[in-house]
Write a protein that binds this ligand. Structure first.
Ligand code: GRF
Length: 191
């Protein structure tokens, strides 16, 4: 059994989907041991409703230190599911297990600092791109620049808005995030 810690800042629909995929066996041999939020958010409430252990570590003084201290020793994989804080060098020197993130664009396009939530979708629409998508990637010190694990695209429709695009992309996130988690857990089992 592999142990997952999920970090989030928002509504937590990906958390909900991952928890459901663990329950229905789509994600194999895994357990969510802890959910950490960096602010008050609906994701925390979801975690509680799902019966998951959760903790709030507010951003501010000693944030990295508090975060590191909260991550249990037995965790095999950290999953960022809509986590808005940037993990810094100090964090990476202390945590050496794999960390993955999902980003709502086809990285390396529309990634990096400031590119989150609707900012991403608005930029895609402003640029008249014909497609966008979602990317699951490893997290490194450089924002949205770690190796890509899985990607899936969606077409931009006539009259697309940031909101309709976000909805479309969420749907594919619910497909590729569990797939990527399975891939990584299998890899970890073989090492
Ligand atoms: C997702 O769109 C993800 O790509 C981004 O944050 C959003 C989280 O959504 N990193 P939710 O809170 O899981 O609904």
């Amino acid at each position: 059994m592999k142990n997952i810690c999920i970090l989030l800042s928002g509504s937590g629909t990906n958390l909900q989907n991952i928890a459901e995929c663990i329950s229905n066996g789509e994600i194999e041999n895994a357990e969510i041991n802890l959910v950490i939020a960096d602010r008050d958010c609906f994701g925390l409430e979801r975690a509680q409703n799902l019966g998951l252990k959760s903790v709030l570590i507010k951003k501010g003084k000693n944030f990295t230190e508090n975060l590191v201290n909260e991550i249990p020793e037995n965790i095999d994989l950290i999953v960022l599911a809509g986590f808005l804080s940037i993990l810094n060098k100090e964090f990476f020197t202390q945590i050496s297990i794999p960390i993955i993130n999902i980003h709502p664009s086809l990285l390396p396009k529309f990634g990096g600092k400031g590119m989150w939530g609707n900012h991403v979708h608005e930029a895609v629409i402003t640029e008249n791109a014909t497609e966008s998508g979602a990317t699951v990637h490893y997290v490194t010190e450089e924002v949205d620049a770690g190796n890509i694990i899985l990607q899936k695209s969606v077409q931009i429709s006539e009259g697309e808005t940031a909101e309709t695009l976000a909805e479309k992309i969420h749907k594919i996130e619910y497909e590729i995030f569990p797939q990527a988690i399975n891939l990584i857990l299998k890899k970890l089992q073989n090492t």
